[in-house]
Write a protein that binds this ligand. Structure first.
Ligand code: NAD
Ligand code: AHE
Ligand code: ZN
Length: 343
């Protein structure tokens, strides 16, 4: 198949909020600096639902969503040296080129090399998509587009991992679990004895709880409007629960560091009085938990293999590509964390 167009199945989002359609999609060969990956397993993250729901200012349609996955390299384009056909990999929506001023700064995990293209749903080389249906281009998403049996990504967006790792599990290390752990370890830098409050007890929130427990937090307060999340949350280190629906007055007090993880729809903003920051509160945000993707995803895979971090525990459903719309609906059910789809 090297050098040839591959026709395969992919779940195409034709329009916001309309069911995804499993289509035969043509996937062009990788160009210079690109890698074509056979995706074996992909999970669904809330961000996929956010973009599918038309809330993402960068959302483009038709597109192939999906960014939390694992697979095997099928072929590589010219000049690609760090991976080859047969390597087990995790696509990384947050690239790491190790050459741009951001990568070299030592201050951020955000990489500038291909972000302009990934935000526009195309590849950097020619600003075109590698996906098409009978000649009609279909946009990429987050530089990953993992709801497809084959995808093309930039080489700076591929983490090569230990081939012994089970791909149906470590696909989660492509987004949600690292984001939560890293929000605690890298961004908030939680110290022993700290009190941590988590708003939203999905996979990202529970990974925050796991990270907080491992960092020695004395209390981990879980806040969710869905009381069904509370039972599971205990197993991830949440020690107390608050359902905002049970309170008619604000109950927050004190100061500390707030780390924004969640994404918001176009036009939605957060604000506060300067006094809050003047008097010692700190407001930060985190993308992919501050982890350097190509360097640290393989390290997280090793930590999982040594049983130092949980992954299996976040998987509540195993599904097939044809069930992807059901997988989106399940997101809103109490018992649901990650759904892993076999592609
Ligand atoms: P999820 O759907 O699995 O979980 C979200 C949880 O939040 C649910 O339990 C829901 O009941 C709860 N919730 C909803 N509204 C709430 C409210 N008003 N107050 C308290 N709880 C509320 O989602 P997830 O996949 O864990 O993702 C969580 C968020 O993080 C999403 O916004 C996602 O887009 C974002 N995200 C950001 C990054 C990043 O790098 N910054 C990475 C992954 C996910
Ligand atoms: N496109 C949205 C922003 C989306 C966003 O913030 N994405 C997170 C990752 S969410 C993963 O589930 C992120 O890492 N952003 C940094 C980046 O470079 O995209 C918008 O508001 O325009
Ligand atoms: Zn995600």
């Amino acid at each position: 198949t090297q050098g040839q167009v591959i026709t395969c199945k992919a779940a195409v989002a034709w329009e916001p909020n309309k069911p995804l359609v499993i289509e035969d999609v043509q996937v062009a060969p990788p160009q210079a600096g690109e890698v074509r990956i056979k995706i074996l397993f992909t999970a669904l993250c809330h961000t996929d639902a956010y973009t599918w729901g038309g809330k993402d200012p960068e959302g483009l349609f038709p597109c192939i969503l999906g960014h939390e996955a694992a697979g095997i390299v099928e072929s590589v384009g010219e000049g690609v040296t760090e991976v080859q056909a047969g390597d087990h990999v995790i696509p990384c929506y947050q690239a790491e080129c190790r050459e741009c001023k951001f990568c070299k700064s030592g201050k951020t995990n955000l990489c500038g090399k291909v972000r302009v293209a990934t935000g526009a749903g195309v590849m950097m080389n020619d600003r075109q998509s590698r996906f098409s249906i009978n000649g009609k281009p279909i946009f990429h998403f987050m530089g990953t587009s993992t709801f497809s049996q084959y995808t093309v990504v930039h080489d700076v967006s591929v983490a090569k991992i230990n081939p012994q790792a089970p791909l149906d599990k470590v696909c989660l290390l492509g987004c949600g679990v690292p984001t939560g752990l890293g929000a605690v370890w890298n961004t908030a830098k939680v110290e022993p004895g700290s009190i941590v409050a988590i708003f939203g007890l999905g996979t990202v929130g529970l990974a925050v709880a796991e990270g907080a427990k491992s960092a020695g937090a004395s209390r981990v307060i879980g806040i969710d409007i869905d009381s069904k999340k509370y039972d599971t949350a205990k197993h991830f280190g949440v020690t107390e629960f608050v359902n905002p629906k049970d309170h008619d007055k604000p109950i927050q007090q004190g100061w500390g560091t707030s780390v924004i993880v969640g994404v918001a729809a176009s036009g939605q903003e957060i604000s506060t009085r300067p006094f809050q920051l003047v008097t010692g509160r700190v407001w930060k945000g985190t993308a992919f938990g501050g982890f350097k993707s190509r360097t640290q995803v393989p390290w997280l895979v090793e930590k999982y293999l040594k049983k130092e971090i949980k992954v299996d525990e976040y998987i509540t459903h195993n599904m097939k590509l044809g069930e992807i719309n059901e997988a989106f609906h399940l997101m809103h059910e109490g018992g649901c964390l990650r759904r892993v789809v076999a592609i």
